[in-house]
Write a new protein. Structure first.
Length: 172
């Protein structure tokens, strides 16, 4: 299972790099780009949501074992759920790169014991969930895929080519 999680972490990093490049090359002010018909009202709000939830999950996973990593020292303060985190796309890009590097390093150290442990996370609405950490990590990567799919749909509506999400083509 660790091999699969490592594959997800590697692909996640590459896909985010490709997504950021496509957005940067095609949208002048991505963080302020208004959306209609989406839960999130701006493209920046989707990026903030992805960053925030990824940080919260990495903080949660670190409660099982930090493997000597310090999320806040290496990436930055963990935002509160729903926070407006970045003012510009360049700020987001810098921190997203740091976070993706952190995720890859963290997952590369995950061991079998970690994958059998239970992770506990208190959601923003106060609900406490307890899940097997392997299942929680699969959810973590799937959540990223879901929101990148939203961004892909937005780019499709703008006739912007964006085939950055096909994991099968990554030779990792």
């Amino acid at each position: 299972m660790k091999e699969i999680l490592l594959y997800y972490a590697q692909c996640n990093k590459l896909i985010n790099e490709n997504l950021i490049q496509v957005v940067r090359e095609n949208i002048a002010e991505p963080y302020d780009f208004a959306l209609k018909g989406y839960y999130f009202k701006t493209l920046g709000a989707i990026f903030d949501h992805l960053f925030t939830t990824d940080m919260i999950w990495m903080q949660t996973f670190s409660t099982i074992n930090s493997y000597g990593f310090a999320l806040e020292k290496e990436v930055g303060e963990v935002p509160k759920y729903g926070a407006h985190v970045f003012q510009t796309f360049d700020e987001f890009k810098k921190q997203r790169t740091r976070l993706d590097n952190f995720i890859l390093s963290f997952v590369s150290r995950v061991d079998q014991e970690f994958l059998t442990r239970t992770v506990t996370r208190k959601l923003g609405n106060g609900v406490v969930i307890e899940k097997n950490s392997l299942k929680a990590m699969v959810h973590f990567f799937n959540h990223q895929t879901h929101h990148r799919g939203q961004i892909s749909s937005i780019l499709d509506e703008m006739n912007i080519e964006n085939n950055y999400s096909n994991m099968i083509f990554f030779d990792i």
